[in-house]
Design a protein around this ligand. Structure first.
Ligand code: B12
Ligand code: SF4
Ligand code: SF4
Length: 306
């Protein structure tokens, strides 16, 4: 199985992934996910309840699974918007679900050559990606809940391959947050506790995932010019300090259309124009109405501070 792993590493590098690690599929996930769901911290994301059995048992996702291969893919660290209304760094370029799906299909093919059966996901399947990334030795889970790599910080996508091959595994790294609590202290809505994020309080949830519900006043007051997503708990993390910017896939750089589109223009978008402009962007998933609502909130916050 060393040969299969070597071939996989080679192919992953060629496809632009920045790191790869392997964990046992039956690694003990503890009870954090159940506790988080039982406390209602998943807010309106009911699909997380439905996925619970599969999340805890990868065998239900791929019978015969032995390993979870975890990969990282870098996105830009610079905020490229030229006008008011911040967009989370991960969402600045093309839709990463599609971009990574093609690359994962190539890696699936590589492992098939060695007799493996695979299922691949990136933020698209019932797999606890941060848990397995830590188990696979790619980094540790910070107090902001995210996977942090000692050399590269947390600005990366995670992707995973469940495989029936018994690839050699990696060793988890110790957590290196030490006494730091900057993310917890900086979170404007106090969403972080015990290394978990309470989605009911999180600006990322309210500006992206919440469907048909307006942002509660406490979150709206704290959101400022955050139009889509929130990077505050990453911006303050010392492991994300400026360092040479890694080479970023051109598909993940912000197109001029999004760089210059003002919140006033967004408020005017009809569904058709929205679909045309945002085809291929992660922002498309929230739909025209939610974007207009976010834009109106950002514009109103701007008027208050003028
Ligand atoms: C739901 C979700 C959200 C929700 C809820 C966030 C949350 N509280 O988890 C919302 C919409 C709020 C959100 C926001 C963001 N998200 Co999000 N999100 C997810 C998703 C789909 C599931 C996460 C999840 O399962 N949460 C539930 C919690 C309880 O699970 P968990 O933390 O993984 O815990 C499990 C294990 O870790 C274990 N565990 C935890 N601690 C411990 C300790 C021990 C000792 C043990 C044994 C086990 C254990 O328990 C659980 C077992 O199943 C993942 C993709 C995926 N499929 O994993 C992306 C993902 C985590 N998100 C991501 C990103 C980028 C973000 C944002 C930064 C986006 C933004 N800029 O706006 C923010 C950051 C917010 C934050 N600080 O967490 C990336 C993270 C990349 C990274 N470097 O870590 C992911 C991995 C998507 C991807 N493929 O790239 N997200
Ligand atoms: S994404 Fe923003 S609101 Fe959510 S936990 Fe991080 S800092 Fe808090
Ligand atoms: S800000 Fe500090 S506590 Fe939070 S994840 Fe980074 S190192 Fe850990």
């Amino acid at each position: 199985m060393h040969a299969a792993r070597q071939a996989l590493e080679y192919a992953a590098r060629a496809l632009g992934f920045s790191a790869l690690g392997v964990a046992r599929a039956d690694a003990n996930q503890g009870t954090q996910l159940q506790d988080w769901l039982a406390a209602g911290e998943h807010a309106g994301m009911r699909w997380m309840e439905r996925h619970l059995p599969a999340r805890l048992c990868p065998e239900l996702v791929l019978p015969g699974v032995q390993r979870v291969v975890m990969l990282t893919y870098e996105y830009a660290r610079r905020d490229a918007r030229r006008v008011r209304g911040r967009v989370a760094r991960y969402a600045q370029g093309e839709d990463y679900h599609k971009l990574l799906a093609g690359k994962l299909a190539d890696l699936d093919e590589t492992l098939s050559f060695y007799g493996g059966q695979q299922r691949c996901f990136s933020d698209s399947g019932p797999v606890s990606e941060r848990f397995f990334a830590q188990e696979a030795g790619l980094g540790w889970r910070g107090r902001n809940g995210l996977l942090i790599r000692p050399q590269r910080g947390s600005y990366c996508f995670l992707a995973c391959i469940l495989t029936t091959l018994e690839l050699p595994c990696d060793t988890p790294q110790p957590a290196r947050c030490g006494n730091c609590r900057r993310c917890e202290e900086a979170c404007p809505t106090h969403a972080l506790h015990d290394g978990q994020c309470d989605a009911r309080r999180c600006l990322s949830y309210w500006s992206i995932e919440a469907r048909g519900e307006a942002m509660p006043p406490e979150q709206a007051a704290a959101a400022g010019d955050r139009l889509y997503g929130c990077d505050i708990c990453q911006e303050v993390c010392p492991w994300n300090r400026p360092r040479p910017e890694p080479t970023i896939d051109l598909h993940l750089l912000m197109p001029a259309m999004l760089r210059d589109l003002t919140t006033e223009q967004m408020e005017q978008l009809d569904a058709e124009t929205f679909n045309d402009l945002f085809a291929g962007s992660p922002l498309r998933r929230i739909g025209a109405e939610h974007l207009r609502r976010n834009a109106a909130r950002v514009a109103a916050a701007g008027n208050e501070t003028d």
